[in-house]
Design a protein around this ligand. Structure first.
Ligand code: TYD
Ligand code: MG
Length: 470
């Protein structure tokens, strides 16, 4: 007979069930429920502990001496909101191989070089492997303390000795285990128990702790999702294998903004910061080919110029394809519907592909105008002016609505050598200067379509046709 009643836990969301089921009712995932035994060592056989009386503090108390500690990696500090907060715990989530360990050893080294105690604990790699990576990054001499450990109790005991560390990197939380929980390492219950113990230690010692968490889609390893609500900030490290750049985004942040991004480039010598990302995203520009447009966007407080590409081609299918990479597909449907309804652009017989170059993901409605320009340009086979940027939100009536931070967008475009901008009328009033750009105010989407159609007539030249034949 089992000593305790079995407890089944969803490995995806952490919901607990009394018996096994194929589908988790809480998150809807299939085959994620596993027997983990009793979740904690407390049980009916254990006497209830008498509570201890603690002293309450007034709100108007003394604050921490140095609330933030800059990491020495400015792009990381931008995302956290200015550095690590004392006693805070941060989850760094990302796909395996994206560069989490690389970024964190670089951050730990940068911090250690400024004289603070930084500890890097790897549960996945041996010390030699971590050293090898540091050597490759040119950080072999950095005074970072290393260990390859997985027991949370041992880690906490070690960290409690000597001068308190200012930064502890735990790589990764999925490999940690605590004695307080009976389940096997890697299960949701263990991940949660280990995270809880580390969070308690961070609050007590004032050290900032970064937990690395692998995200897996198939639910094989317990996802770090269960940890998300326990930590102070969740940063997500994104990028795709085909591109060198990586984006760090705050998904949750108790002490700072969540709309800032940090941009890095993976090089042979580690992650390089990209303080001016527009240059990166425009570096492979298909200048002047139909369907290509530069969108002047904003990520957080930072302007970011990206290229949007569209391909509109006659369809051979009953239902034409609508494929989007890097943008919202429902916004594409909306832009297509407005083009049909208000501008007489019929796309029913065409496949439509839209791609944000470089693998970036845009969430702003301000990209509507740029996307529409790319679509019409591809359909008409007319190039858009290569020296122009586009931005503006399109309403269902076909009007182009004002967008935030027009001045910053225009300034960034001017800085990168653009000389024209197609934007809502309000951009003119707001800036006064237009950053030295010639501004073409677009009142409605129909104006833009007419403008592109006019260019198309002018440029429908033998050169283009010859180019297509050859
Ligand atoms: P890593 O930091 O180990 O990823 P994670 O901890 O998120 O799993 O980085 C793994 C990838 O980064 C690996 O495919 C090799 C690449 N890389 C470089 O391109 N340059 C470098 O200097 C380093 C250290 C790694
Ligand atoms: Mg790693």
């Amino acid at each position: 007979m089992a000593k305790h009643a079995p407890s089944f836990t969803c490995q995806n969301c952490g919901a607990v069930y009394g018996r096994w089921a194929g589908k988790c009712e809480a998150c809807g995932e299939w085959n994620t429920i596993a027997d983990e035994g009793a979740p904690e060592r407390a049980g009916p056989g254990r006497p209830a502990r008498k509570g201890r009386v603690f002293a309450l503090q007034p709100l108007a108390g003394e604050a921490h001496d140095a609330p933030r500690l800059p990491s020495g990696v400015p792009e990381l500090d931008r995302v956290t909101g200015g550095g690590f907060v004392r006693g805070s715990v941060l989850l760094m989530a990302g796909d395996p191989g994206i560069g989490k360990s690389t970024l964190l050893i670089q951050a730990a080294a940068a911090l250690a070089k400024t004289g603070h105690r930084a500890v890097y604990i790897s549960g996945e790699e041996a010390v030699a492997q971590v050293r090898l990576r540091a050597e490759r990054l040119g950080l072999a001499k950095a005074p970072v303390e290393l260990a390859a450990e997985t027991s949370v109790e041992d880690i906490i005991a070690t960290m409690s000795e000597g001068k308190a560390p200012r930064l502890i990197v735990i790589d990764s939380i999925q490999t940690m285990w605590t004695d307080a929980v009976e389940s096997a390492p890697g299960t949701v219950t263990q991940v949660r128990g280990a995270a809880q113990a580390l969070i308690r230690f961070a609050k007590r010692s004032g050290a900032a702790i970064i937990l690395v968490g692998h995200v897996t889609k198939d639910g094989q390893i317990a996802g770090p999702r269960v940890v998300e609500h326990m930590v102070d900030a969740v940063l997500s490290f994104e990028g795709d294998g085909a591109h060198q750049f990586r984006i760090l985004r705050a998904v949750k942040n108790r002490f700072g903004p969540t709309d800032e991004i940090g941009v890095f480039e993976m090089t042979g010598a580690g992650l390089r910061e990209v303080p001016n990302p527009s240059e990166l995203f425009l570096s492979e520009r298909d200048l002047g080919s139909p369907g290509t447009v530069v969108f002047a966007g904003i990520e957080g407080t930072r302007p970011l110029l990206v290229e949007i590409q569209a391909l509109v081609a006659p369809t051979s299918l009953g239902t034409p394809r609508r494929s989007v990479v890097g943008w919202d597909s429902s916004r594409l449907s909306m832009v297509l519907a407005v083009l049909e309804a208000h501008c007489g652009v019929k796309l029913g017989g065409y496949d439509v592909y839209l791609n944000v170059a470089g693998g970036l993901r845009i969430n702003e409605p301000a990209a509507d105008l740029a996307a529409a320009a790319a679509l019409v340009s591809s359909l008409a086979g007319a190039s858009l002016p290569a020296e122009a940027v586009y931005f503006g939100e399109i309403s269902l009536s076909g009007a182009v609505r004002p967008v935030a931070q027009a001045a910053a967008r225009l300034k960034e475009a001017g800085k990168l050598g653009f000389t024209r901008a197609f934007a809502p009328e309000s951009a003119r009033g707001e800036t006064g200067t237009e950053g030295g750009l010639a501004l073409t105010a677009i009142g409605s989407l129909a104006d833009l379509v007419a403008d592109i159609a006019a260019t198309s007539k002018r440029t429908r030249s033998p050169v283009r046709i010859a180019g297509q034949d050859g």
